[in-house]
Design a protein around this ligand. Structure first.
Ligand code: COA
Length: 570
């Protein structure tokens, strides 16, 4: 079927829907919602049999939805309406929520219902929920709705608030008055819900040291206590603020834009506060091993089960700054000294990695220099994984990865991926050649021709597409939690397998042979020569593209790589 996807942005959910429909051999077009006339022109040119809006906050013009069936994905259960569904769900502590696919009609979110799927709300931020439970339910609901449409004869259900399964309601925009934290009264549970309902956008507006900031991210703390509202500790760029009955960690802040001032963006909290942060606030570090048995905020956790070591990392937005790469490298080097045979790398949920930290680079005094430091720190980390020959290393992707983050995953011996993961193994859209030894790992896995196609086409791949190409080794269905149950079982089996010694010997032989044929240092220097040009030569597009990304500048037209839309991955 010819299906046109219309979305505000080609974001994670749109990419999930795109890859899922492409896998079913539908012919998919993508158009960003950048104006009614542009939409009309694309609809006329594409001639869709069905229009689907996986993520749309604006109305589709009536002349389009009256001439075509237009299905809208709404992140709420049947009957839920309004622009802030997930914010309300998290704010009110809902345990079950849903995704509904409705037909576009005169009244927003009130059209006939084609499918609705429920899910359990995980205790995490809105955007993490969106990329995980919401995305899984949305794909299920979309596939159901598309099948129903294709079969014909399905009568979509009219919205009827008298039906017992219609439990949603129309709710207003969730504004900053509702989000405001009363530090003298709100307990930790309430504070966390407010922070999580506002993350990643728009954040909770608050005041720190006489200036206004949006607070981003919210994690619990089991030990630290203090005067409610005050900053009582810092750790790895995050701040810890006391509540009336505990404390919470806030990893990122965005200064409120002052009228007439430059636009602002999210930064590690301590960077955003700068000199305003009193020297008396202590840095309270935690080791990866101790963080693993505590309820506190930590970017790194390490635990062992038998002869398997698990190095868990988790970076907001999957972005890895110079500091974060170096800390992860130190934790990896420490893990390598442990008496384990198998090392599993990856976050418990959400993004595996999205490469170098474009916001930290944007905020740096010299962004080109910081880009250089960051890519070198990333390369040091990737090199450490590539050259570890006495352990079997697995990258476990419970969530998405892009650019250098995909290439980082490829440094491991095997890549195990949750079925719902979307991979973007390319750098071109950021104006970069890319490094992370991708010129070594990617062609080795998929061949030179596919490597060229993937990096130039710049389109997302599902885990299934990636497995078909040899980019990933195992695809595991289910939620992030069931994914980790399977990973632990498979890693333990591998560690106990009589075959492991042979595999490690083969691995070492292969690395030695590869090194003799072409040293890793040659790959690195050739990649970095190109990256140096990207970072330091005038006229290169990278700095402008990074700025646009960080400041969320919307394109004026659907980018050309989305207009080409091949039918299916080979
Ligand atoms: N540096 C800084 N922030 C990053 C980032 C990076 N490399 N990659 C993602 N983020 C942030 C986004 O700004 C966004 O922040 P927000 O939640 O405050 O809006 C958040 O992480 C999630 O990303 P978003 O773009 O909303 O998610 P998505 O699932 O729709 O798209 C990507 C995911 C990876 C395709 C997209 O974020 C991307 O292109 N990132 C840049 C990748 C890159 O070029 N890295 C540098 C080269 S190695």
């Amino acid at each position: 079927m010819r299906i046109l996807l219309i979305a505000n942005a080609f974001n994670s959910l749109s990419q999930r829907v795109y890859t899922a429909l492409r896998a079913r051999d539908h012919h998919i077009g993508v158009e960003l919602a950048l104006g009614d006339d542009l939409l009309r022109a694309r609809v006329a040119a594409f001639r869709p049999e069905l229009i689907l809006a996986p993520m749309l906050t604006t109305a589709i013009p009536k002349d389009i939805w009256s001439a075509h069936t237009v299905l809208i994905v709404h992140p709420g259960p049947k009957g839920d309406r309004g622009p802030s569904s997930l914010d309300w769900a998290i704010h009110e502590g809902e345990s079950e929520w849903g995704v509904t696919v409705l037909q576009a009609a005169e009244e927003m979110d009130a059209g006939p219902i084609w499918a609705s799927v429920s899910f359990t709300v995980a205790p995490c931020s809105k955007s993490e929920l969106y990329r995980n439970e919401v995305a899984d339910a949305a794909v299920q609901a979309v596939l159901l709705a598309v099948d129903r449409f294709a079969d014909g004869g399905f009568e979509p259900e009219r919205l009827d608030y008298h039906r017992p399964d219609v439990r949603g309601q129309l709710r207003p925009y969730h504004d900053q008055r509702i989000r405001r934290i009363d530090w003298s009264a709100d307990d930790t549970g309430v504070v966390l819900r407010k922070l999580r309902a506002a993350d990643s956008q728009p954040g909770v507006l608050d005041e720190l040291y006489g200036r206004e900031y949006y607070l981003h991210g919210g994690y619990g703390e089991d030990r630290l206590r203090g005067v409610p509202g005050t900053v009582i500790a810092v750790r790895d760029g995050a701040i810890c603020r006391a509540t009336v009955d505990g404390a919470v960690w806030v990893p990122q802040l965005r200064p409120r834009r002052v009228s007439g001032g430059p636009p602002t963006f999210k930064q590690p909290a301590t960077d955003a506060l700068g000199r305003d942060l009193p020297a008396s606030v202590p840095e309270v570090p935690v080791t990866p091993a101790s963080a693993a048995v505590r309820e506190t905020w930590s970017e790194l956790r390490y635990r062992e089960e038998g002869t398997v070591g698990y190095l868990e990392f988790s970076f907001p937005g999957g972005a890895m700054s110079t500091r974060q790469c170096r800390n992860l490298l130190a934790a990896f080097q420490q893990a390598v000294t442990r008496p384990v045979d198998v090392l599993v790398l990856g976050p418990a949920r959400d993004f595996f990695s999205n490469g170098i930290h474009l916001n930290v680079i944007e905020a740096a005094e010299d962004p080109a220099e910081e880009s250089w430091l960051n890519i070198n720190a990333m390369n040091d980390l990737v090199e450490a994984v590539l050259t570890t020959t006495d352990k079997f290393v697995i990258s476990a992707l419970a969530g998405n990865a892009a650019a250098g983050g995909v290439m980082f995953a490829l440094a491991a011996d095997e890549v195990w991926c949750r079925e719902s993961v979307v991979l973007n193994p390319h750098y071109r859209l950021m104006g970069l050649h890319g490094s992370e030894y991708w010129t070594y790992t990617l062609p080795q896995r998929v061949g030179a021709t596919e490597a060229e196609r993937l990096t130039q086409e710049a389109l997302p791949l599902s885990a299934g597409d990636a497995a078909a190409l040899g980019l990933v080794d195992r695809v595991i269905p289910g939620s992030a939690e069931t994914f980790w149950v399977s990973i632990r079982r498979a890693a333990a089996e591998l560690a106990g397998s009589p075959d492991l010694t042979n595999r490690l010997v083969t691995k070492k032989q292969r690395r030695d042979a590869d090194e003799a044929a072409k040293p890793l240092a040659s790959y690195r220097s050739a990649e970095l020569a190109q990256m140096r040009r990207n970072f330091f030569t005038a006229g290169e597009p990278y700095h402008e593209q990074r700025r646009n990304f960080v400041h969320k500048v919307r394109p004026t037209r659907t980018p050309p790589h989305l207009l080409r839309s091949p039918i299916a991955a080979s």
